[in-house]
Design a protein around this ligand. Structure first.
Ligand code: KIV
Ligand code: ZN
Length: 385
C-alpha cells in the first residue's frame, strides 16, 4: 500500500492562529507528543520570525529523534541562514522554503514579474541545497495561480534541487475536484516530476480543507500537511486527526497507510488545546467532546444493541476510553434503564416506568440532565441500590 507522509505544522502554521504563542517549553511538550503520535515530519516554527522561535526550533530539533524536524523560510538568504542555524544539528536538516506564485500575490505583495519569481525561487532552492540535504519548496497561493506558470516554476525548482513540492491552498479557495485536478495536471506536465514528491497543504476558509487534502491523496499527493485540532491562520488548516481517521477507517477506498499511532490522537488534541488555549468545539469530528456521545433514544437504543449502528469510529481507536450515552429529552427508556444499572440501581419494571415519566418531565425543562438529577429522582421515589 502507498504510504502517505504526515507533515504536521501545528508548531508553525498552527501557531499562526490568532492569539496563540507557544514558548520553547510548550513547543517541546507538543513536539514530543507529535513524535509519539508518529508524524513523519514536524514543522517546528519560522526561525527568522523571532529569536524565541529560532531557539525553540533549535531545541525541538535537538530533542526529536523519530520524526524529521523542519522549519519555514521565505526565499531569501537571511531566512535560510536562520533556518540553518536552527536545524543544523538535527539528524536530517530539512528546509521548507516558499514564494507566492499567484498573480494577486506576485503583483501586490511581492511586486515581481513571474520571471523574477522563478529566479528568486530557483536562487533560494540552490542556496538552501548548499546546506540542507532535503529542501521542500512551496508555491504560496498555488490554487489561484496560472497552471502553466505553476508547472514551469515547479520544473525549475526541481532542477534546482527541491525534492518535495508543496501545493498550498493558502486561502482555502479551492474544492476537492479542482484541487485534485491541479495534482493531476502537475503529474502530467512537469517533465521531471518523478524526482519529487507532491504535498498538499489546505486551509479551511470554506470548510473544505480535509476534503481537499483527501482529494489530493486520490490524485497523487504523497504528503499531507495538517495541524492538530485544525488550528491555523484564519479558519485554520486541515485537521490531522480527521484525515488520519478517514484514511484508516476507509482504507478500502483510499488504499493508503500512514505511520500514525491513532490511539495517541485524543491525548495530543487535549494537550494542544490546553497549551494553545484554543478550545475544541464539542461537535468537532474525532476529537470533540460529543464525537462519541449519543443523545437520542433511537440512537441510544441502536448503540446499546450494536455499536456499529451509529458509530463508524470506535472511541478506543483514537484513545477515548468509551462512548457516552447522554441523558436528555430525546433519550429513550432503554438508555435510561442502562444508566440506572450503571449507577448500581435495578428497580423493577413498574418503577422504571414511573421514574422514566418523571425523568422526561424534568428533561423537558432542563438543557442537560446530570447524575445529580437522576439521584434526586431515585431519592424522591425511595429507590435503593
Ligand atoms: O498556507 C500557506 O501557503 C503556507 C505556506 C507558507 C506553505 O502556510
Ligand atoms: Zn498555511
Amino acid at each position: 500500500m502507498r504510504k502517505i507522509e504526515i507533515f504536521d505544522t501545528t508548531l508553525r502554521d498552527g501557531e499562526q492562529t490568532a492569539g496563540v504563542n507557544l514558548n520553547t517549553a510548550e513547543k517541546i511538550e507538543i513536539a514530543k507528543r507529535l513524535e509519539r503520535l508518529g508524524v513523519d515530519v514536524m514543522e517546528a516554527g519560522f526561525p527568522a520570525a523571532s529569536k524565541g522561535d529560532l531557539d525553540a526550533v533549535k531545541k525541538v530539533a535537538s530533542i526529536v529523534k523519530n520524526s524529521t524536524v523542519t522549519a519555514l523560510a521565505r526565499s531569501n538568504r537571511s531566512d535560510i541562514d536562520y533556518a540553518w542555524e536552527a536545524l543544523k544539528d538535527s539528524s536530517e536538516p530539512r528546509l521548507h522554503v516558499f514564494i507566492a506564485t499567484s498573480p494577486i500575490h506576485m503583483t501586490y505583495k511581492l511586486k515581481k514579474t513571474p520571471d523574477q519569481v522563478v529566479e528568486a525561487a530557483v536562487g533560494a532552492v540552490k542556496y538552501a541545497k548548499e546546506k540542507f540535504p532535503v529542501v521542500q519548496w512551496s508555491a504560496e497561493d498555488a490554487c489561484r495561480s496560472d497552471l502553466v506558470f505553476l508547472s514551469r516554476i515547479v520544473e525549475k525548482v526541481i532542477d534546482a534541487g527541491a525534492t518535495v513540492i508543496n501545493i498550498p491552498d493558502t486561502v482555502g479557495f479551492t474544492n476537492p475536484e479542482e484541487y485534485g485536478k491541479i495534482f493531476r495536471y502537475l503529474l502530467n506536465t512537469v517533465p521531471n516530476i518523478e524526482k519529487a514528491i507532491l504535498s498538499a497543504h489546505c486551509h479551511d476558509d470554506l470548510g473544505m480543507a480535509v476534503a481537499n487534502s483527501l482529494s489530493a491523496i486520490e490524485n497523487g499527493a504523497n504528503q499531507i500537511e495538517c495541524t492538530i485540532n485544525g488550528i491555523g491562520e484564519r479558519a485554520g488548516n486541515a485537521s490531522l486527526e480527521e484525515i488520519a481517521v478517514a484514511l484508516a477507517i476507509r482504507e478500502d477506498f483510499y488504499k493508503v497507510k500512514t505511520n500514525l499511532t491513532l490511539n495517541e490522537i485524543s491525548r495530543t488534541s487535549q494537550l494542544v488545546s490546553r497549551l494553545t488555549g484554543i478550545a475544541v468545539p464539542p461537535n468537532k469530528a474525532v476529537v470533540g467532546k460529543n464525537a462519541f456521545a449519543h443523545e437520542s433514544g433511537i440512537h441510544q437504543d441502536g448503540v446499546l444493541k450494536e455499536k456499529s449502528t451509529y458509530e463508524i469510529i470506535t472511541p478506543e481507536l483514537v484513545g477515548v476510553p468509551s462512548n457516552q450515552l447522554v441523558l436528555g429529552k430525546h433519550s429513550g427508556r432503554h438508555a435510561f434503564k442502562d444508566y440506572l444499572h450503571k449507577l448500581g440501581f435495578h428497580p423493577e419494571e413498574s418503577k422504571v416506568n414511573v421514574l422514566f415519566e418523571d425523568f422526561k418531565q424534568l428533561a423537558d425543562r432542563k438543557k442537560e440532565m446530570t447524575e445529580e438529577d437522576i439521584f434526586a429522582l431515585l431519592i424522591d421515589h425511595k429507590i435503593q441500590p
